[in-house]
Ligand binder design. Structure first.
Ligand code: HPA
Ligand code: ZN
Length: 325
């Protein structure tokens, strides 16, 4: 199963940075962030809030467009090795130039150059989704949305919100999402991971998103599950992330299979793979082991993911050929 072609829709670019890569950058810059690593050199954090702090500390080693070019190459090499043929990654103008539009353009240019190189070398196709950060507040999200709107095109295809789901409410970010939508960007929001079913309802109602990042806690309200199935809202499910952060004790206890049985459009992603000791290949292996999902099931999920991708029709056709190859 782990060799099957895969489509990944939920990947934070900085969160995909291998710890050795971040250590090397930090050393080059004489930056001491040794406290975020354990004795074996992996990222160390206690819980979700601490994870966000460690994430931001690791990201502090990424200081230039060139750093992001190298990061993108490293991340796509790993994804391609896992069989990923198409990936959408969250990009943060907050970390890439502090929401300054001219700086953001330079970071974006470097990331896209790396993506082109990876596509030439490994055949993997990347597209970007700008994400604002909930715990940075609605004012910064407006600036982030303006960066996204100014750079929206066939490559920069979406807008979303990540960060601490327990702070603020989706409606506080309505201006940012309206701005992104008017620029032609497709929308997704993290919800239903640390918030319950109502957080999913709020994101769908107040931000008019077509995909939800995680959304798995919808399972606690079967009327909502039916609603998601009927309206075709897509869940970007990251089972390994949820298990690593203690939302569920095991893959077996994860609701992805039940959501799928009840007709919700589920997809499979890694979120922040080295933080959660996972890869797309490992997600497939664990899902196969936990739910006995077979090749047909994984191929159906990959096709469902491609249908939910924010890319244009030409790209979708090219990726479909990769899935069928
Ligand atoms: N969840 C929410 N916010 C994030 C994450 C995540 O997994 N990674 C980076 N920001
Ligand atoms: Zn995420």
């Amino acid at each position: 199963m782990s060799g099957l072609p895969k489509v990944e829709l939920h990947l934070h670019l900085e969160g995909a940075a291998p710890p050795a890569f971040i250590r090397r950058l930090a050393a080059e810059k004489h930056l001491d962030i040794s406290g975020i690593f354990d004795a074996r050199g992996n990222y160390r954090y206690r819980d979700f809030r601490d994870f966000l702090k460690v994430y931001e500390a690791a990201t502090s080693a990424l200081q230039t467009p060139e750093d992001y070019r190298r990061l993108t190459l490293a991340v796509l090499e790993e994804s391609a090795a896992s069989g990923v043929v198409y990936s959408e990654t969250f990009l943060s103008p907050d970390f890439c130039g502090g929401r300054d539009l001219a700086a953001w353009r330079e970071y974006l240019h470097a990331i896209r150059e790396a993506a082109e190189e990876a596509e030439r070398k490994q055949g993997i196709i990347l597209r970007g989704i700008v994400t604002c950060i909930r715990h940075f507040g609605p004012e910064k999200a407006r600036e982030t949305a303006l960066c996204a709107a100014e750079t929206a095109d066939h490559w920069l295809v979406g807008f979303g919100i990540a960060g601490d789901e327990r702070m603020g409410a989706p409606k506080d970010f309505r201006w940012a999402f309206d701005c992104a939508r008017e620029a032609g960007l497709r929308l997704t929001a993290h919800a239903g991971e640390w918030g319950g079913p109502d957080s999913v309802r709020d994101a769908v109602r107040d931000l008019a998103v077509e995909r939800i990042g995680h959304g798995v806690r919808a399972i606690e309200d079967l009327a909502l599950v039916d609603e998601l199935a009927e309206t075709g809202i897509v869940l970007e499910v990251c089972p390994g992330s949820n298990v690593a952060l203690g939302l569920y004790p095991s893959f077996r206890a994860h609701p992805i299979a039940e959501l799928d049985r009840r007709g919700v459009k589920v997809t499979v992603s890694t979120d922040d793979p080295p933080f959660f000791h996972t890869t797309m290949a490992r997600e497939y292996e664990e899902l196969h082991r936990a739910f006995d999902w077979d090749e047909g099931q994984f191929r159906r999920i990959a096709r469902q993911s491609l249908d939910a991708a924010f890319c244009d029709a030409d790209t979708r056709t090219r990726v479909a050929q990769k899935l069928e190859a």
